[in-house]
Design a protein around this ligand. Structure first.
Ligand code: IFG
Length: 533
């Protein structure tokens, strides 16, 4: 073959190869349809405009106020490792002309947690009245991107965001979960993992049940034996554990960065065997009971008549309040079967005064409604019957909705669930979702409700996988019940959107319960909920 011919063949082949490879990586931005988004909680308003913006190596994350830098950094940390893009973060007082994810505060949005997310072919703008709203816009943007970003590993997907306008805001201001770290102790890393997962679904409260019969889990410097002795074991195990105040502050800070407020609970006057076992002087007879490793409830009580009991409470609440930026301290109050009704009421009245003295408001399980309730005390409705909570409403209290038959996620889904119990019945994914807070209990209307919280008691829960298995996917429905108006929720639509969340739950490595009543689908064969209509 003549040399110049072979040379031209060489160039033709090279040109062909380059255009082939470049064509491969330069897939055209296929316009996505924002109407097909599958965000949980369900978005309040979505107006698609039929095109796409591609987040790429020219994209920069810019923020208009220094209050938004932490949110900008959070987004950059989420996307940089999985894309390899530089995604520079910088402050800019006006929206860039192109290739931007622009975070801005505005007084044109009236709600604290609401936001507007507008995507054009030039970029994404998220605006809110407060940083928390911008953070929730970022969580929505996260769900508009491929689930593969959740693996934390480098991805090949193109990050296309469908263009259009999303306006969104929550129905209730308290959207929470409770984790019992007393029956079985869960370390800082497990709690942070739970905080991470809750924040994806715009939940904003984590109630830590820090003390009970089986374990005292928070360091109190003026009463060191509470953790030395009371924190030394747990149910059916010699493995105990507790948070030092430094570790507790670390959890609080980690949660705060994800706009989650920690609500600490010191359960009183019942559920106190761990404290009573640590200090004989707290017992009416001056004798400390043994540490308890069983699962019974209602057998312990502080000594209501002793003065030292109130010094104890004052010291504990004082130290806890000093390291708790949130407005609430939970004083428990449940199942005080070893306390006489008169003593119980006397104690709860005093305990509320002590909490308020330390600048905090009280939450208590619904039995506290038998006491005089201070104006800002919250009654947490947990019992199978609603009379305590209704009494709370009659006394002017707001109600935190946690009815056991719907939201006690230590209940199994069904008889074959590998972990949990069933005293309040089995709670299928649909059972936890298909009910309305404001019509659940006669005497408790929308205006009486502070919000929703799903407790996870841990008598039978020992690992993070156990936690994930019981709360996922049911906690996602709780997030939606707290965020989305009841009129916009229905199980048949939600279950499809939930099923389309499979890739994300898998990518997050969540050990969720793959209920057979949910049409789990991967992206490859995904139908979206609206194709059903
Ligand atoms: N009730 C007890 C919890 C726990 C729970 C297990 C409350 C308020 C049963 N009190 O729920 O300590 O044992 O499902």
């Amino acid at each position: 073959m003549k040399p110049y011919l072979s040379l031209s063949y060489f160039f033709v082949i090279c040109f062909g190869l380059t255009c082939l490879t470049s064509c491969q990586t330069k897939r055209p931005a296929i316009p996505k349809d924002l109407a097909k988004q599958q965000v949980i909680p369900k978005l309040v308003s979505v107006i698609p405009t039929g095109s796409s913006y591609e987040i790429n190596n020219n994209t920069s994350i810019q923020y208009q106020s220094e209050k938004l830098q932490p949110v900008a950094d959070y987004l950059a940390k989420m996307l940089r490792p999985v894309t390899g893009f530089e995604l520079p973060v910088k402050m800019k007082d006006s929206k860039p002309s192109s290739n931007y994810i622009y975070l801005t505060l505005t007084d044109s949005i009236s709600t604290d947690e609401g936001y507007k997310l507008e995507t054009k072919e030039s970029g994404v703008e998220i605006k809110a009245s407060k940083p928390v709203g911008v953070f929730y816009g970022v969580q929505t943007l996260r769900q508009l991107l491929p689930a593969s970003i959740e693996t934390g590993a480098k991805i090949t997907d193109t990050l296309l965001v469908a263009t259009g306008v999303i306006k969104d805001n929550p129905t209730y201001g308290y959207r929470g979960a409770m984790l019992d770290v007393s029956r079985h102790f869960f370390g800082v890393e497990d709690v942070k993992r739970y905080i991470d997962l809750l924040s994806i679904y715009k939940m904003n409260r984590l109630h830590l049940h820090l003390t009970d019969d089986q374990g005292w889990r928070i360091e109190i410097k003026s009463w060191p034996k509470l953790t030395e002795i009371g924190g030394s074991t747990s149910i059916d195990s010699t493995k105990g554990g507790f948070y030092t105040q430094e570790q507790y502050k670390d959890i609080v800070k980690y949660a705060q960065k994800r706009f989650i407020t920690i609500v600490p609970e010191i359960d009183l006057p019942g559920h106190t065997n761990a404290a009573l076992a640590s200090y004989p002087e707290l017992n009416c007879d001056g004798v400390a009971p043994k540490l308890y490793h069983g699962t019974k409830v209602g057998f312990s009580s502080l000594c209501i008549d002793k003065e030292i009991t109130y010094k104890f409470i004052d010291d504990v609440i004082g130290e806890l309040a000093a390291i708790t930026p949130g407005e609430y301290i939970h004083i428990g109050g449940d199942e005080s079967h070893a306390t006489s009704p008169e003593d119980y009421v006397y104690f709860i009245d005093k305990a509320q005064e002590i909490v308020n003295k330390h600048g905090k408001k009280v939450i208590g399980w619904d039995e506290v409604a038998h006491a005089k309730l201070l104006p800002n005390t919250i009654v947490q409705f947990w019992s199978r019957k609603g009379e305590n909570a209704v009494e709370g409403v009659e006394k002017g209290a707001k109600i935190l909705m946690s009815p056991a038959p719907k939201l006690y996620f230590d209940m199994k889904y069904d008889s074959i669930t590998r972990v949990g119990q069933n005293w309040a019945g089995y709670i299928k994914v649909e059972d936890a979702y298909s009910w309305d807070l404001e019509t659940y209990q006669e005497g408790i209307a929308k205006e009486n409700i502070l919000g929703i919280e799903a407790p996870l008691w841990t008598e039978y829960v020992q690992t993070m996988d156990d936690i994930e298995h019981l709360v996922f996917p049911r906690i996602m429905g709780v997030a939606e019940m707290g965020w989305t108006p009841a009129s916009q929720r229905n199980w048949d639509e939600y279950k499809v959107r939930l099923g389309n969340h499979k890739d994300r739950l898998d990518a997050l490595d969540i050990d969720y319960y793959a209920s057979t009543f949910v049409p789990w689908r991967s992206k490859t064969n995904q139908e979206t909920s609206n194709t059903k209509e």
